[in-house]
Design a protein around this ligand. Structure first.
Ligand code: MN
Length: 290
């Protein structure tokens, strides 16, 4: 198991200085930095190479996270939007190849956040599966594994549970398409988080962790010891990435619906301490045999 965090922890915008953030998360003891996959399409080749080389030097793994916009929805009823979505995600995977990044997580099977203007789930699902079969070819070519993120009902109506993600993966039928579960979303949708992890089993390649209010693990009430046991039971060997959100304002505050300063005025140094403490807490709960 490797441990990481999403890049946006210290701010309320979907942007950061990746080189500085990479050094910072490594210094805090993390093995993984998760970046915004869409940023790769805005970066010059030299920037991608600089990040790749720095990550290599630091011994840091880079994973990519995406919530495609509605005009890049691979499950859209509009064929031209589906094509745009497939091109968008294929271009990202080509850039990931240059970055030497092997994992893309998120709601690649449709768009995010959903506005629920189209509620024909079976039709969206079917188109999503067909597009994902095409994306799986690009994934193989780039040695990338696509992890479909299961999210809660307020963000999509397509994949809300681990069981639904298994069904979707079965229909896609690719060795390069698997699952990402997120404790924040599971806490809303699943009867039992540990059981949901067992339901995903060997399809689970990446895990997002956060409390029910998206604070770092250990600051809330989710059953981390039990979650750790379920990960050991399925011999989980993927990335465990925190996706904490503490700040209101900005596009992050709006997209994630943070309406107050959850950090309660913490300084950047205090934020470093709390995420480092959470990393220690997670390692203890996930890696320690009973
Ligand atoms: Mn997530």
């Amino acid at each position: 198991m490797k441990f990481g965090t999403l890049y946006s922890y210290w701010g309320n915008t979907w942007s950061c200085d990746y080189l500085e953030t990479a050094k910072r998360v490594r210094k805090l003891g993390f093995d993984i930095l998760e970046i915004g996959a869409g940023h790769l399409l805005e970066m010059e080749d030299e920037e991608i190479l600089a990040l790749r080389n720095l990550a290599r030097d630091l011994g840091l793994t880079i994973t990519c996270n995406i919530g495609p916009p509605k005009d890049k929805d691979v499950a859209s009823s509009d064929a031209s939007v589906r094509r745009a979505g497939i091109k968008f995600l294929t271009d990202i995977m080509n850039a990931m190849n240059r970055l030497d990044s092997k994992i893309i997580v998120g709601v690649q099977y449709t768009y995010w956040p959903n506005d629920f203007s189209d509620l024909d789930k079976p039709a969206i699902w079917k188109r999503g599966v067909e597009s994902m079969k095409k994306l799986a070819v690009a994934a193989v070519e780039n040695d990338v594994r696509i992890c479909l993120e299961v999210v809660n009902r307020f963000e999509t109506h397509i994949l809300n549970t681990a069981a639904e993600a298994n069904q979707f993966c079965d229909e896609v039928g690719s060795d390069n398409v698997g699952v990402l579960l997120d404790t924040f979303h599971m806490n809303i949708e699943e009867d039992n988080i540990a059981e949901a992890i067992r339901t995903s089993g060997s399809r689970l390649w990446h895990l997002h962790v956060g409390e029910g209010n998206r604070k770092v693990p250990g600051e809330g009430s989710l059953p981390w010891a039990e979650i750790g046991k379920s990960l050991r039971d399925i011999r989980f060997d993927g990335g465990v990435v925190m996706e904490p959100f503490y700040y209101d304002g900005g596009q992050v505050g709006k997209d994630i619906k943070v309406w107050r300063d959850i950090s309660e005025g913490a300084s950047p140094e205090e934020m470093d301490t709390r995420i480092a403490d959470s990393l220690t807490f997670l390692r203890k709960n996930f890696l320690t045999e009973d």
